[in-house]
Design a protein around this ligand. Structure first.
Ligand code: BES
Ligand code: MN
Ligand code: ZN
Length: 496
């Protein structure tokens, strides 16, 4: 369950709540809600600023307990950092810090005045939306296979965000996106012995069953053999978990209008196959289905918003394992498109399942635009780090649309070139294309590989290897790129 959000407009000093959240800048300037509470409380906040307890720095959060003259049981004073340089990213950061601090208190509800703070270039709906999403992000706990550490702390159930009545649209978007993000996080975080190809298909089917207007289909191994998914099926061969191709459709748009298509890499575990990965950190390769989780999450958000678009979501779900029957380096595969592929490394498997999924999606649905999301290359993480997803497309307008959607949601992407100059790195003497592009520009050559299967289509590729999860032993799925993809759809609807 996501946190339940509502829109509030009450006076801060007279609102009865377990926690009132307000902000202070580094220069000691109080936001208007903080100032009103301070006045009602006889200067209680300013005294703490002067004493140096409240610094206004980002990460400095001070809780006043039962301040006299104020209806709230607690006042949480959140540092906003320097006022002069306050911007959208900082706003997102401080709303997250605030929600984390609320999460450490024994409360199930709170009222938050931070959305009243001015953010350059962003409106109230945006502020409400970002605060809601940051709050739901902070409140998420993975509990499917582990008990909560501190059972005495209740979960945050409801948060009132204070803003103008016309900000309600922002909250409605936030509720839907939060659902989609949670869906993506949960699938991503589940262990690979649970979240296998059948599990992903079952979850997609359950969502379709529970939502009118959503249709579910899937292809199993036999179906794909019949159709000729020679590349995808080669990757699947080493695993005891059979592959599935999952297809969800939502027809919220006009009859006969070409759909938008999302395709997501769903490698439920990536050992590397015969080109086995090193042991340390291999458990993180359970996240190799985060592209699938991301496009499914965006689909969930689109359905929750009942967006007036036709949308199809295609997920190749496959496990990449070493086995006596595994595909090998040197194998030449015939893809669904007819293009032959020389396997030089069985760990470059994502492109091998995506190429068939892209071919299938293109042929069957003739989409207006096709976007894939994939944890495709470590090279993309080297290039862009953990902050930006890699965007590759030859279509200038699609590039601009996706970059803008990333900027709007702070779920940002950054473009890498797909120039033909790179294509020769995929040359092979034994097939039309090799699945490996050598040591340079690994993210781009992976994109180039996919481009061979999307010729003539309006297509973009998002490499989310760096952004889909936080690394480390306790790193969790982030739910990216659900906000970006959902925003892109919202923008398409708005553009008409
Ligand atoms: N799933 C990995 C990419 C990956 C690696 C994502 C680490 C996030 C963190 C992908 O299937 C893979 O193994 N890619 C190889 C490609 C190489 C063999 C061309 C890689 O990045 O090393
Ligand atoms: Mn791999
Ligand atoms: Zn992989």
């Amino acid at each position: 369950m996501t946190v339940q959000f509502s829109l509030g407009s009450n006076a801060p000093e007279s609102t009865t709540t377990p926690v009132a959240v307000v902000g202070v800048y580094e220069n000691g300037v109080l936001t208007s809600a903080a100032a009103r509470i301070d006045t009602a409380a006889g200067g209680a906040i300013k005294r703490l600023v002067e004493a140096g307890d409240i610094t206004g720095k980002v990460g400095n959060v001070v809780t006043l307990l039962h301040p006299a003259g104020v209806a709230a049981a607690r006042v949480l004073v959140v540092g906003l950092g320097a006022q002069k340089t306050f911007d959208a990213a900082r706003y997102q950061r401080v709303t997250l810090e605030a929600a984390r601090a609320v999460g450490r208190l024994p409360v199930t509800e709170a009222v938050n005045w931070l959305p009243e703070v001015e953010v350059p270039g962003r409106d109230a709906a945006w502020r409400l939306r970002v605060a809601a999403l940051a709050t739901d992000h902070a409140a998420y706990r993975y509990t499917a296979t582990v008990k909560p550490r501190d059972k005495s702390l209740p979960e945050l159930a409801t948060m009132t965000l204070v803003g103008p009545a016309d900000g309600e649209a922002g909250l409605a978007e936030a509720r839907a996106i939060a659902e989609g993000v949670r869906y993506a996080k949960e699938l991503g975080n589940l262990p690979p012995n649970i979240c296998n190809p059948d599990y992903i298909a079952d979850q997609a089917k359950a969502f379709a069953d529970a939502h009118e207007g959503v249709t579910f289909e899937s292809l199993d191994r036999a179906d794909m053999e019949r159709e000729g998914f020679g590349s995808l099926l080669a990757v699947a061969r080493g695993s005891a978990n059979a592959p599935r191709l999952v297809i969800l459709q939502w027809n919220g748009g006009k009859d006969g209008e070409r759909p938008y298509a999302f395709v997501g890499k769903g490698i439920t575990f990536d050992t590397g196959g015969i080109s086995l990965k090193p042991g340390p950190g291999m458990e993180e390769m359970k996240f190799d289905m985060c592209g699938a989780a991301g496009v499914l999450g965006a689909f969930v958000a689109a359905v929750k918003l009942k967006l007036a678009v036709n949308l199809v979501c295609v997920v190749p779900a496959v496990e990449n394992m070493p086995d006596g029957d595994s595909y090998r380096p040197g194998d030449v595969l015939t893809s669904l498109s007819g293009i032959t592929i020389e396997v030089l490394n069985t760990d470059a498997e994502g492109r091998l399942i995506l190429c068939d999924a892209l071919t299938y999606t293109g042929k069957r649905f003739d989409p207006h635009t096709m976007i894939d999301a994939a944890t495709l290359t470590g090279a993309c993480v080297v290039a862009l780090g953990k902050h930006a997803s890699g965007l590759m497309t030859k279509d200038e307008s699609l590039s601009a649309e996706l970059l803008a959607a990333g900027e709007a949601t702070l779920d940002r992407a950054w473009r890498l070139p797909l120039w033909d100059d790179y294509q020769s790195q995929l040359d092979s003497g034994f097939a039309d294309v090799a699945n490996l592009g050598g040591k340079y520009a690994g993210a781009i050559t992976a994109g180039c590989f996919l481009s061979r299967f999307t010729e003539g289509r309006r297509w973009a590729h998002l490499d989310i290897a760096g952004t889909a999860w936080d690394e480390g032993r306790k790193g969790m799925a982030t739910g990216r790129p659900v906000p970006l993809l959902t925003q892109w759809l919202l923008d398409r609807v708005a553009a008409g």
